[in-house]
Ligand binder design. Structure first.
Ligand SMILES: [Zn+2]
Length: 207
């Protein structure tokens, strides 16, 4: 796998703006800090050529969502300045419109494609876990195939396919076999999405 972590592959139209106080990042940020402490989000010299990994988002209204910024994986506790609002996405055009004090995560397109599946989905977590990823088969996790790279329209279509196949109705988690250690969970709340991640990590460690 020779892809570079953290490189934005979509067309980004970003409008710089100060952090919007209405974003109210307390909830998303507390969960993001916990995931950082578990090294499901982070940045370490020996992983992914030292690039930051993992990101988190929360739907605000309609198709819009706030998401942690690109290359913020190494920051222990994010500030409002480290989040960005995704205002609109054109999946078929591989184009994303955002505003805020930083640019969105390179995996914002994958987050957008999860929100597009179901209006009830309020939160998306993308973590990197070698243990969950390696246990994909044994735990019978849904997955996108090894030839689908992150941050691409192909990934968006693969996610939609998984959803339409019914697999994600059983378990709100899937691994990205074309993206080393990549895992996505989602839910109607952060406890749902985060506990799905942590439960699965515990299961993987029991194998
Ligand atoms: Zn990733």
């Amino acid at each position: 796998m020779q892809e570079t972590e953290g490189v934005i592959k979509y067309q980004l139209h970003h409008k710089p703006a100060i952090a919007n106080p209405e974003w109210n990042i307390a909830t998303i940020n507390s969960w993001r800090t916990l995931l950082y402490q578990l090294e499901l989000i982070g940045q370490q010299a020996h992983r992914y050529q030292g690039y930051g990994y993992g990101n988190i988002s929360q739907r605000t209204q309609g198709e819009q969502f706030i998401i942690s910024g690109t290359q913020t994986g190494g920051i222990a506790e994010l500030l409002a300045e480290n989040y960005c609002l995704v205002e609109a996405v054109e999946l078929s055009q591989n184009t994303l419109y955002s505003t805020g004090p930083c640019k969105p995560s390179s995996e914002a397109l994958s987050h957008a494609s999860v929100y597009a599946l179901d209006k009830g989905i309020q939160c998306v977590i993308h973590a990197h876990s070698p243990e969950i990823w390696a246990a994909t088969q044994e735990l019978q996790l849904a997955c996108t195939s090894a030839d689908v790279a992150y941050g691409t329209p192909d990934m968006a279509y693969a996610i939609a396919q998984l959803f339409n196949s019914g697999q994600l109705q059983q378990q709100a988690i899937f691994t990205l076999l074309g993206h080393e250690d990549g895992v996505i969970t989602f839910g109607q709340s952060f406890p749902q999405a985060a506990l799905m991640m942590i439960n699965t990590l515990a299961s993987a460690r029991q194998l």
